[in-house]
Design a protein around this ligand. Structure first.
Ligand code: CA
Length: 727
């Protein structure tokens, strides 16, 4: 699905940017060269358990086992942060979403890009050491709900562990990038994807997957770090007949899970969902692996399971024994999920004074999509406290057990309900952080309202986007400018410093819009966060005062990191333009917020004098390629089919943010034959645009063309000046 002109541009810009991809010579020896027998990148369990003792490294996805993203480094402080400048940049040569948090160990940075490509760089200079491309079939991209992103690798005992978007998990030699083992961890006939970062605990590689918008059954795998063999698997939803799988989760379903599912509904053919696509943490005190579980498949519970029961372990936080994968406890954030309210968001462990008489208690914190911030007991999963961190209209509060008190209309049917948070959540994958010194959790929060209605065309056995929730609910065939402005006015983003003891925001910074970056906290009293508009900023950890901002000239949505080499502290962030919000709703983003779309690693240090070159992206002239046609009925049909099948990648209301082709300006709209050749016959499958013949008739496809061409002729259509397109 990669636009050809942008692919060419990415290659060209890789050359143009080489001047700022290297920088000064390194005077440090080659990492590991001074000890020939030592294992390269020798990250051990002991080092992972004591990450704060070696803050010069960034050893794992969330910095430490507790995934606080709080570094003890103090080289950069409120007093000197104004001197922060670019040390080096490295061009990731992609125009797709970049969500990676770099790992830094022994002077080497391991970072991933779109399509699961891994880069090993000299962390001091940005010099490329090796690149590994798993060479993914581009047709897999249609299975990715939220762009072909990757959030990072795990490094352990000389190896780099990678989850590949097509469901492979691979171990690479940390020194050379050579593949040591490669295992397929999913049924590749089903629309599974892997975008998350693996974690490693005691010789086990922990990794889940995604796909719950398209019909899969979720699980967490523990693989042998030496061989890739499966050690245990925990399914998050029961098998279709509620019989044991021979998996670690069997006892959990027997004890608590099976009774929360009815005996009819699409879950029996659709898999039920519950994918474990992001947060996985290790609680070494209780020897538990704790992970977040995603939404139901399909989303719409009336279609998924008409019993209306709770449907464990959807939208839950689950703890299992690290050795065996046996169930310990769960806390369900959204019983009977109906809205894509995943509980896969960042999990952080901390000791908070929330026990009897203010005694410390070991807790797990999460701000999942549903809008409530939760504090639960790390040993038992008991609900301690919670409160909404963003405005919401689907629930009015929490019971004493932490169960949301729902607004009945939010369980939509034929009558749509305009809801906040929407399916992109009050908080999505962007990592939150926790500073134990000031006792604040930093949440990249947002408001992206959306209407939900029951999809009358839901298909029980689809392998494409099939949520049972109608994206076209209540939308007119042509969006009036007034409605556009109303929708834009509802899009908000902010950084919230949340006090998890008082259960309220201590301070808040409002941003220009949603989908801003993950957070880094440092003992220098700073909080770093990037924004979608390309700004990367540092704030006072206690007050939220903005102390420094740089323009990184692309979306800055990933989790920043920090490390130290030769006594100098560095701060690093990966940038890019893509992922779920921009693919589906990017046309709503204000045109001035659209930065150039080539991903990079941008690394800063005090006194850094590097620069990021401006990139001119030549967009195709937004010109309609055919005259309007079609009856009102045909266009209404086209809207429904577009919203369900096309909008998730090519943009809601047929407006793209310039990542994938903006269909309004596509030459393939010029004739029914050309359009059918792509959408039905799959003529562009090699670049990722697969055939939709299994879910759309030729009549449906022509109705979509009529709808798209109508948008091309609408002078008020979204971001026509910024969207771009392909020939
Ligand atoms: Ca989802």
């Amino acid at each position: 699905m990669k636009p050809l002109h942008l692919a060419a541009l990415a290659a060209a810009s890789a050359i143009a940017l080489s001047a700022c991809s290297g920088g000064q010579e390194s005077d440090t020896p080659t990492p590991g060269a001074d000890a020939e027998t030592a294992i390269f990148a020798d990250v051990t369990d002991d080092r992972l358990d004591n990450a704060a003792a070696t803050p010069e490294e960034w050893l794992s996805y969330g910095f430490d086992r507790e995934e606080t993203r709080h570094s003890p480094l103090t080289g950069i402080t409120a007093e000197n942060v104004a001197d922060l400048g670019i040390a080096w940049t490295y061009d990731l040569a992609t125009n797709r979403g970049v969500e990676s948090t770099p790992i830094v160990i022994d002077g080497t940075m391991y970072v991933t890009s779109a399509w699961s490509v891994v880069y090993a760089l000299d962390a001091k200079t940005g010099e490329e050491l090796w690149v590994y491309d798993p060479d993914v079939d581009r047709a897999v991209g249609v299975n990715a709900c939220c762009d072909v992103v990757n959030r990072g690798v795990a490094v352990y005992e000389g190896r780099v562990y990678l989850g590949v978007i097509d469901g492979r998990v691979e171990a690479l030699d940390a020194k050379t990038g050579e593949v040591i083992w490669s295992k397929v961890t999913v049924d590749q006939s089903k629309p599974y994807t892997i975008t998350g970062a693996p974690r490693v605990v005691d010789g086990k590689v922990l990794i889940g997957n995604g796909g719950a918008e398209l019909g899969v059954r979720g699980y967490l795998n523990a693989l042998d770090a030496d061989t890739g063999d499966l050690i245990w698997r925990f399914y998050t939803v029961p098998s279709a007949d509620k019989q044991p799988d021979g998996a670690a989760s069997d006892s959990a379903f027997e004890q608590v899970g099976n009774v929360t599912w009815g005996d009819t509904g699409a879950w029996k053919t659709d898999g039920g969902g519950g994918t474990v696509w992001d947060s996985i943490i290790y609680d070494e005190v209780n020897d538990s692996v704790i992970f977040g579980v995603g939404n139901g498949s399909p989303w719409n519970q009336r279609l998924r399971d008409p019993s209306g029961l709770d449907n464990l372990f959807l939208s839950s936080i689950v703890a299992v024994d690290a050795d065996s994968g046996e169930y310990k406890w769960h806390f369900q954030t959204t019983p009977g999920d109906n809205w894509d309210y995943t509980a896969t968001q960042t999990l952080i462990i901390a000791d908070l004074p929330v026990g009897d008489d203010g005694a410390d208690r070991r807790v797990v914190m999460q701000a999942p999509k549903n809008g409530f911030f939760y504090v639960i007991d790390a040993a038992t999963g008991e609900f301690i406290s919670g409160n909404n961190y963003v405005p919401m209209n689907w629930a009015t509060g929490l019971t004493d057990e932490g169960r949301p008190i729902e607004v009945p209309d939010a369980r939509y049917a034929e009558i749509p309900y305009l809801q906040t948070p929407g399916p992109l959540g009050g908080h999505n994958w962007h990592p939150m952080a926790f500073n134990p010194d000031v006792g604040l959790a930093y949440v990249p929060a947002q408001e992206i309202p959306q209407a939900y209605g029951t999809d009358p065309r839901f298909q029980d056995d689809s392998a494409k986007w099939n949520t049972g929730a109608d994206f076209a609910a209540g939308v007119p065939p042509v969006l009036p400018g007034e409605l556009t402005r109303f929708l834009r006015s509802g899009l908000k983003g902010r950084l919230i410093a949340w006090d998890p003891v008082a259960n309220e925001a201590r301070w808040t910074v409002e941003h220009a819009g949603p989908w801003n970056g993950g957070v880094l906290s440092t003992a220098g009293g700073l909080v770093f966060q990037g924004k979608l508009n390309g700004e990367f900023s540092a704030y006072n950890a206690a007050t939220g005062e903005e102390l420094w901002t740089a323009d990184v000239k692309s979306g800055a949505a990933s989790g920043p990191g920090t490390f130290e080499i030769d006594g100098e502290q560095y701060v690093t962030i990966t940038t890019g333009w893509g992922s779920a919000y921009l693919l589906t709703a990017g046309g709503l983003a204000a045109p001035e917020a659209v930065p150039p779309s080539v991903g990079k690693v941008v690394t800063f240090k005090l006194g850094g004098e590097g620069e990021i070159a401006d990139i001119d992206i030549a967009l195709v002239e937004p010109t309609p390629k055919a005259d309007e046609f079609g009856t009102d009925e045909q266009i209404a049909e086209g809207l429904v089919h577009y919203a369900r099948n096309c909008g998730v990648c090519h943009g809601a209301f047929a407006a793209s943010a310039g990542i994938l082709p903006d269909l309004r300006w596509s030459s393939y709209t010029s004739s029914a034959e050309a359009w059918k050749g792509v959408v039905v016959d799959g003529n562009l499958q090699s670049i990722g645009m697969v055939s939709f013949a299994d879910v759309l008739s030729e009549e449906d496809v022509e109705a979509i063309r009529a709808y798209v061409i109508l948008q091309a002729h609408n002078p008020e259509s979204l971001s026509a000046d910024a969207g771009g397109g392909t020939p």
